[in-house]
Structures are given as structure tokens and as C-alpha cells.
Design a protein. Structure first.
Length: 169
């Protein structure tokens, strides 16, 4: 029995959310490769260093390590722009993955995010989205990953991102 016979036609919303998750995983692997390169170590030591770091922590470490190389001002501006792109990619991913989703009909879903903060109190954010909106987020995250690879490949002749096999997966 095929998937479609068991479950029905593919759900583009779920597939789009899955693409966001997979693309972010690739971005995180790329940032971990940068950490390994800037430390001058292989993927095994790089994994040890970055394994317990949040994505924000990895970006902070990359920032400190790259600044330690004393780049020229123009390159540093490009790097800072790249960090902003990576942080925006993480924020978009978190917004999607830490929300609840409900069918809103007509190929729409409703994203609901509940928060209860000390200063703002309880808040409920809602937003209607399509699978195309979600794929735009997935594409932006993939763009961020390719920008990280391109930037560091241009900065360091020896730089290359590690494959999943090289990092032991």
C-alpha cells in the first residue's frame, strides 16, 4: 500500500515546515564547519566544541574567532551582515517551529503563538500563512547557509564545509 493510499495526498504545509527544519539543520552544520575551520581543527574536535552550543552561541563563537583573524574593515562589515542574516534565519525558524498550527481552509493555515512574559503578560499572536509563505522561509534559510559557505570559501582558501559523513552521521 502506498503512502497516498494510507494517508492521502501529500500535505504541502507539513512538507514546507519540514523543509524549514532540514534547511536550518544544514545552516547549523555549516556554522559548525566554520567553527572547526577557525579553530584549526578537524570535524571531531569541532563537534566537541560546538555540540552543546545553541545556534546563537555558535554565532557568537564564530564572531569572536573570526574577529580574532583581524579582517579588514570592509570584510568585517560583510561578515556582520552575514551574522544578521543567520540570526534572522534562526528567528524565522523558531517562529515556525515553536508555534501551533491549525487548518484555516483554502490552503491556508493559522499560526498561533502563545507567550506569557513577566513584563508583557499573556499574549496570543496569530497569522495566516500558505505553503508558499513557509517555503519562502525555507528558501531564506537555505540562502543563509549558502552565504556562509560562500563568504568563508572566499576568505580562506582551505575552507570547505564538512559533509555529514565527515562529522560522523
Amino acid at each position: 500500500m502506498s503512502y497516498e493510499e494510507r494517508i492521502g495526498p501529500p500535505d504541502t504545509i507539513s512538507a514546507s515546515i519540514g523543509s524549514i527544519s532540514l534547511n536550518f539543520s544544514e545552516l547549523e552544520r555549516e556554522v559548525s564547519s566554520v567553527i572547526s575551520h577557525l579553530l584549526g581543527c578537524g570535524p571531531e574536535v569541532g563537534r566537541v566544541v560546538s555540540a552543546e552550543l545553541s545556534f546563537r552561541g555558535k554565532l557568537d563563537l564564530v564572531s569572536s574567532l573570526y574577529r580574532h583573524t583581524k579582517p579588514i574593515a570592509e570584510t568585517l562589515r560583510q561578515f556582520d551582515d552575514l551574522l544578521v542574516i543567520c540570526a534572522e534565519a534562526e528567528s524565522s525558524r523558531n517562529q515556525v517551529l515553536h508555534s501551533s498550527w491549525f487548518d484555516a481552509g483554502h490552503s491556508l493555515v493559522k499560526r498561533v503563538k502563545l507567550t506569557a512574559r513577566r513584563k508583557q503578560g499573556f499574549r496570543q499572536q496569530t497569522e495566516q500563512m500558505t505553503s508558499a509563505d513557509l517555503m519562502d522561509i525555507a528558501d531564506f534559510i537555505a540562502y543563509a547557509m549558502s552565504m556562509v559557505d560562500e563568504f568563508f570559501s572566499a576568505q580562506f582558501d582551505a575552507y570547505r564545509s564538512w559533509t555529514w559523513e565527515e562529522i560522523g552521521y
